[in-house]
Ligand binder design. Structure first.
Ligand SMILES: [Fe+2]
Length: 90
């Protein structure tokens, strides 16, 4: 789990910092999803399992939020996502 940013933001060009922050934020959210889903699978307490899976779902919403901002910030990422989506439809 992340307690520190796993990159040196000082080594990043100023125009790329927001993209890097968004990518790290997405990784942290995926890490949180994995942790909550793994904890949910470890417990037999149905109330606790429900809470953990509900929180995991909230983290998935956070991924979507950060990914939306990343596509606005990183035009190449937006282009790749659009190309992949079109290719998958064929
Ligand atoms: Fe989150």
């Amino acid at each position: 789990m992340f307690s520190e940013i796993p990159i040196d933001l000082k080594a990043i060009e100023p125009e790329d910092i927001d993209k890097e922050v968004l990518r790290v934020a997405i990784m942290a959210e995926f890490d949180a999803i994995n942790a909550y889903e793994q904890m949910a699978s470890m417990t037999d307490d149905q109330d606790l399992k429900t809470i953990l899976l509900d929180i995991a779902r909230e983290e998935k919403i956070h991924v979507a939020m950060f990914q939306t901002v990343l596509m606005e910030t990183d035009t190449e990422f937006l282009k790749v996502m659009a190309e992949y989506s079109l290719a998958k439809e064929c």
